[in-house]
Design a protein around this ligand. Structure first.
Ligand code: ATP
Ligand code: MG
Ligand code: MG
Length: 550
């Protein structure tokens, strides 16, 4: 569904176009290659890409790789894969901020020449002390008034490797009394003797984020640099940098509120712990909300797009209910996926009056709400698996499924009437017996006889044995996110593994990431790590019932 009203970013962009501040809109997604992307990043990706699309502009994928300590090349590939999977096409506009180190250095030298930057010898602690507080202005550094010549020489020496890490920094000369602490002569370059994954040992000084980011945007011709709310206070510095460095078409920074989801873990620190303690099966465990995890669970790019659109863009911090994400994947798959039969908790049903070795192939419509999906042949025989919950020895009121002497419909097949059952040594029902009415083929009886229950089934002889994994949220916020000791209050039932399920033979051929509806059970996706042709593994994406209403 289209939203009619425009969000505040769209309004701003349209104003900028109307007033002639920008011709072609250019946005970017600027990940630091230091981890896997998550649902929050998906919002940023789709927002930036969507705006570029909407205004006929450009979208850049730029790796913000200016910090050599935390970054790893392996993340570059995973991030590219995730962005591409979401459908955000950067075409030939893939950039690396580290390729701009020369220009950044030059920009810094020019600031020095203009008297707008100086080399400072204060220690990190002293700089913090001199910076002042929210209520107290800062103090000028004793090195603030160094001559341009001296600054140029010292900065060149910093670059040449003469100083140890932390010995000297380059600072912007702005205003130590500014009410905005970010403007109190922020550090723009630091010494760091480190090998960078792209530039190797060429540099031993690296630009700080607040200096580098606006320059990256300006070099690429970004018009609207969209970031999250915590950078609002940095915007005056962003503007100062693009102005003082002297860009003719300065980009504009716009902030919006981060996306938070309830009942999931998004903090990297916590996820890392869950991975290390093997509570989850890696960064793409289907209970997590990294993009890789959502993909493995069976979410589609379309469902994530619908989700971020429903969330909207705002300046107000809030958390979105995980159930809304579930709503989106249900909506997306509802008409697109065939409805198959699977017995997750199987028990045998024997039709005693059905010919012993006969297998017949019944026509089954793939999706009653979408005739375009056609139909398939499903084998039926004397022995079937049904779900244990579909039989009760002593039924409570309003139980319309199988129980002794009751007649139900086997979905797409025949009416069957329960004639008895057997139990194993432990007293569990092991076999249910019934008879069928051959005249009720297709699921209706010519005499107009009605049954109240319809149950699904899988023919035993041709069934494929599969593992099915059922999930619950890893956190239940109503029970509290944290324990007293600060650790996460994890839901012990977040994963249930059903090792002996039986599914239709067609599902034996499913490939990784294929998804299906299992009638009455939800939507399921073939697990990309563990599924094999010999033993398919299905992850439940979402059940059919929802607590969420739009
Ligand atoms: P994290 O700490 O979760 O990795 P980050 O801000 O460090 O987040 P970056 O790689 O620097 O991650 O971010 C890339 C882009 O994604 C930035 O523009 C950032 O604002 C945006 N982003 C990060 N988290 C969210 C979120 N929860 N909601 C919306 N946008 C986000
Ligand atoms: Mg990050
Ligand atoms: Mg960041």
């Amino acid at each position: 569904k289209e939203t009619v009203s425009k969000n505040f970013i769209e309004q701003m962009i349209e104003n900028d176009i109307a007033e002639g501040h920008c011709e072609t809109v250019c946005t970017r997604f600027p990940p630091e290659p230091n981890g896997y992307l998550h649902i929050g990043h998906a919002k940023s990706i789709l927002l930036n890409y969507g705006l570029a699309q909407k205004y006929g502009g450009k979208f850049n994928l730029r790796f913000d790789d200016t910090n050599p300590t935390k970054e790893k090349m392996e993340f570059v590939e995973s991030i590219k894969a995730d962005v591409a999977w979401l459908g955000a096409d950067w075409e030939d506009r893939l950039f690396f901020a580290s390729n701009y180190f020369d220009q950044m250095y030059e920009a810094a030298v020019n600031l020095i020449k203009k008297g707008k930057a100086y080399v400072c010898d204060l220690t990190a602690d002293q700089i913090r002390e001199y910076r002042g507080t929210l209520t107290e202005p800062g103090k000028n550094s004793p090195y603030r008034d160094r001559s341009v010549e001296e600054n140029l020489q010292l900065f060149e020496e910093m670059r040449a490797g003469k100083y140890a890490d932390g010995e000297k920094v380059l600072r912007a000369k702005i205003d130590m009394a500014s009410p905005n602490i970010n403007m109190r002569d922020p550090i723009i370059y630091r010494v760091a003797h480190m090998t960078h994954h792209n530039t190797g040992d060429k540099w031993c000084i690296y630009p700080m984020y607040d200096f580098a980011h606006p320059i990256e945007d300006a070099i690429e011709g970004v018009t609207h640099s969209i970031c999250t709310l915590e950078f609002e206070d940095h915007r005056p510095l962003y503007d100062w940098v693009v102005r003082e460095v002297g860009y003719e078409h300065p980009p504009k920074q716009i902030e919006f509120a981060k996306l938070y989801l309830t009942n999931v873990v998004t903090g990297k620190r916590y996820i890392k712990k869950l991975v290390e303690e093997k509570i989850v099966d890696g960064w793409d465990d289907p209970r997590l909300v990294s993009i890789a995890a959502l993909k493995r669970r069976g979410f589609t790019p379309e469902s994530i797009k619908m989700f971020v659109e429903l969330c909207g863009v705002s300046k107000a911090q809030s958390s979105v209910d995980y159930a809304m994400l579930e709503y989106c994947i249900r909506e997306d798959l509802k008409l697109k996926r065939p409805r198959m039969m699977a017995a997750l908790n199987p028990v045998k049903l024997v039709i005693d009056n059905y010919p012993e070795d006969q297998i017949e192939y019944l026509d089954v419509v793939n999706n009653l709400e979408n005739p375009e999906l056609g139909s398939r042949k499903v084998p039926f025989g004397r022995e079937l698996y049904i779900d244990r919950e579909d039989f009760m020895e002593v039924p409570p009121k309003k139980y319309f499924r199988l129980f002794p002497d009751n007649e139900v419909r086997l979905m797409n097949a025949y009416f069957v009437k329960c004639t008895g059952f057997e139990k194993d040594e432990d007293g569990n029902v092991s076999v249910i017996h019934c008879t069928y009415d051959p005249a009720s083929k297709g699921g209706n009886s010519p005499d107009g006889r009605k049954v109240k229950g319809t149950i699904h089934w899988v023919a035993a002889k041709t069934a494929v044995k599969a593992e099915v994994r059922l999930y619950e949220n890893i956190i239940d916020e109503e029970k509290g996110v944290y324990n007293e000791d600060g650790s996460l209050n994890l839901n012990p039932n977040s994963l249930t593994v059903l090792e002996e399920c039986y599914v239709e033979p067609a599902l034996g051929e499913a490939k990784a990431y294929d998804s299906f509806q299992f009638v009455r059970q939800g939507f399921f996706c073939v697990d990309s790590h563990d599924s094999t042709p010999e033993k398919p593994v299905f992850n439940r994406i979402v059940s059919l019932k929802s607590s969420f209403k739009l």
